[in-house]
Ligand binder design. Structure first.
Ligand SMILES: *[C@@H]1O[C@H](CO)[C@@H](O)[C@H](O)[C@H]1NC(C)=O
Ligand SMILES: *[C@@H]1O[C@H](CO)[C@@H](O)[C@H](O)[C@H]1NC(C)=O
Ligand SMILES: *[C@@H]1O[C@H](CO)[C@@H](O)[C@H](O)[C@H]1NC(C)=O
Length: 173
């Protein structure tokens, strides 16, 4: 009898645990896990990205603010290849997305236009292609936009980004 009760209690605790895990799954962990899974990482730059943790704030190459939201992803010169993922658009407090000097290919996800707190977008020296999404026009706080040395289709820069380039000397497209 007591052992049946114990089993019941353990089962109950496990279910509550599972429920909690589902309810509190951190979308930033989910987003960065998607990025990790999409990239090939021969130098193990992403080895500390333990997706079982409650937030990504102790991971290498990630900086959080004091509310544990990701503000910086800095992964330059890490020999990463593969593609960017739309889930990056879920890092709502992101200010710096720095991925220059890797081997990343494919297009820039339109969802990066959701990152309205973005200050710097540095994707130069990769193998990115396609057109620049017009959603990048939503990035009103952007001060640094560095996209040079990629394979973007010519004539594919949104009009507002041209205006941005004209008005900001630090910017390179
Ligand atoms: C980058 O990775 C490739 C294999 O993907 C390897 O051949 C090359 O040596 C690496 N370069 C550096 C600088 O780690
Ligand atoms: C994150 O982004 C993806 C793709 O943009 C989306 O499908 C997903 O619902 C978003 N939200 C969370 C909480 O992961
Ligand atoms: C860039 O991508 C093309 C194919 O799209 C590939 O042939 C080329 O080797 C890549 N270059 C680098 C430096 O990875």
């Amino acid at each position: 009898m007591p052992s049946t009760f114990l089993l019941f209690a353990v089962t109950l605790i496990l279910s509550v645990d599972l429920l909690t895990a589902v309810v509190y799954a951190n979308p930033e962990v989910t987003a960065l896990s998607a990025l990790k899974n999409s990239l090939s990482d021969p130098n193990k730059a992403l080895q500390s990205w333990d997706t079982q943790l409650v937030d990504p704030c102790t991971w290498f190459h990630i900086t959080c603010n004091d509310q544990n939201y990701v503000t910086r992803v800095h992964l330059s010169s890490q020999n990463l290849s593969g593609k960017l993922v739309p889930e990056l658009g879920n890092l709502t407090q992101l200010r710096y997305l720095v991925l220059f000097k890797n081997n990343i290919e494919g297009s820039i996800p339109a969802e990066l236009g959701k990152l309205t707190n973005l200050d710097s977008l540095a994707l130069s020296d990769n193998n990115l292609s396609g057109t620049l999404p017009s959603s990048l026009e939503n990035l009103k706080l952007l001060k640094i936009l560095n996209l040079n040395n990629n394979k973007f289709l010519s004539g594919a820069v949104p009009r507002v980004l041209f205006m941005f380039r004209a008005s900001t000397s630090r910017t390179q497209v």
